[in-house]
Design a binder for this molecule. Structure first.
Ligand code: TYD
Length: 155
């Protein structure tokens, strides 16, 4: 089953947007397979943002991501990675399309409310980075037949 790792960043927590952002994912029909609050540290952020450690903005990104605890979530659903990336919008919130989470709630490239995995492979890797196996739950919501048809449901 395809998974994506969501981080409700300190910008989301500080601005009290946690409920609104989670509500968007639930209204869409995605299933929450795991969710918890945690304080990120430099070690996990150096792994998570390994592709950015040499960028000049990395120290600022580290400070930003450690500013408060964050909410981490594992969402599942058919093609959930691409569905959620479309919902989240472009990295820079000022150019993210209206209707996307960043486009509706943000004004910053760095304080951009949410992280979402960018490929199914990274979804698996990132969920394993932030969750223990017994923190991820497999269950079939009773709404499933109203969200997917018979073929779509076998994702
Ligand atoms: P990246 O993985 O490129 O984008 P995304 O979060 O959309 O997958 O970058 C990770 C985070 O690094 C991004 O959400 C915010 C921060 N960032 C900056 O602060 N400045 C930048 O120029 C870039 C590219 C990213």
């Amino acid at each position: 089953m395809e998974k994506t790792l969501i981080i409700l960043k300190p910008s989301c927590v500080q601005r009290a947007l946690v409920g609104q952002v989670i509500n968007r994912f639930q209204r869409k029909g995605l299933t929450i397979a795991g969710m918890k609050m945690m304080q990120l540290d430099e070690q996990i952020l150096r792994e998570h943002y390994a592709h950015l450690v040499d960028k000049p903005f990395f120290p600022s990104l580290l400070r930003s991501m450690m500013a408060t605890p964050v909410i981490v979530m594992c969402l599942v659903g058919k093609e959930v990675v691409s569905v959620v990336r479309a919902m989240v919008g472009a990295t820079n919130s000022r150019v993210a399309a209206p209707g996307t989470i960043r486009g509706d709630y943000g004004m910053s490239g760095q304080e951009n409310i949410v992280h979402a995995s960018d490929s199914p492979e990274n979804g698996d890797i990132e969920v394993a980075r932030f969750f223990k196996p017994d923190e991820i739950f497999t269950y079939q919501p009773i709404t499933t037949p109203a969200i997917y048809n018979d073929q779509e449901r076998n994702y």
